[in-house]
Design a binder for this molecule. Sequence first.
Ligand SMILES: NC(=O)c1ccc[n+]([C@@H]2O[C@H](COP(=O)([O-])OP(=O)(O)OC[C@H]3O[C@@H](n4cnc5c(N)ncnc54)[C@H](O)[C@@H]3O)[C@@H](O)[C@H]2O)c1
Length: 326
Amino acid sequence: MVLVVGGAGYIGSHMVRLLRERGVPHAVYDNFEEGYREAVAGSDIIEGDLRNPTDLDRALSGGRFDTVMHFAAYIEVGQSVREPARFYENNLIGVKNLVDAMVRYKTKRLVFSSTAAIFGNPVYTPIDEDHPKDPTSPYGDTKLAVERMLAAYDAAYGLKTVCLRYFNACGAWPDGSLGESHRVESHLIPLVLFAAMGKRPDIRVFGSDYPTPDGTCVRDYVHVVDLADAHLRALERLRGGGGSRAYNLGNGQGYSVREVIEVVRKVTGRPITVTEAPRRPGDPAVLVASSVRARGELGWSPAYPDLETIVGHAWAWHQGHPDGYA
Ligand SMILES: NC(=O)c1ccc[n+]([C@@H]2O[C@H](COP(=O)([O-])OP(=O)(O)OC[C@H]3O[C@@H](n4cnc5c(N)ncnc54)[C@H](O)[C@@H]3O)[C@@H](O)[C@H]2O)c1
């Protein structure tokens, strides 16, 4: 049985839906600080906080779970610069509490949500797993520290882990019944959709003089259901006796900020006001993943690589839920 930690959040709730569809027994562990009960209706829920070891004892002590999938973290990079203490406590100490409880109760497998932010400014693209790791934010630092901690826990305690480093997670459940509803939204596609919906006056483009074809930053957008599918494949690998491994997950194809805005205009048919703003410090020109390893070893291949499809699914969600979850 799988314990989905942070299962009520954006990516976790898509994971939970896919586990339900595939008939994989599971339960959700979440403190609902960011997640929503509505997103995981119908699944077993254990309300608890990673920062509270007693909650983890309650969840894991019965030995019901053979595998944990971890999605629970603070995710906003700018906030991590302003409030690093909260990020280290939740994203690093929280995971330490989790893996300590896993070791105590002999839960031997973990799939961990890592991020492209562990690499920092690219030295080359596409970014493969061996690319130098030099995060430029406390958020990226916490995720890299966890990856290193997990390697040490494998060597010392035999905890087997797959670290999945997502690039830009996006999209929604294809029928629009689940989607992205962060309380403070910082991701480009929902922000452009909010501009199309009139929920914000414009979309700001930070920098139009980058060395890219149209001068705006290029990012790798990977559909949230494809991320969930990669987790299922990682689960199979671990349950099949595979060793610890890390995989970069992206489409391998970049889209610029201007291309995203154009696709949102096309999909929604709505006008969008664009405001040009200066570059933001620390934004690399291009961040694109090499997912050759995931394709070769996990047999993973994104089902929804096309930006119009990604935006179409996100639009279906936002149209049906203009204010997010109730
Ligand atoms: N969204 C992206 O583009 C992206 C990209 C790379 C990596 N990631 C990683 O993927 C994971 C999920 O991201 P998301 O966008 O779904 O975030 P999210 O905020 O929507 O979901 C996180 C969930 O974890 C829960 N949670 C947080 N702290 C907790 C704690 N201490 N105890 C129990 N539950 C807790 C929240 O309530 C929420 O339900 C994160 O680890 C993030 O770092 C996300």
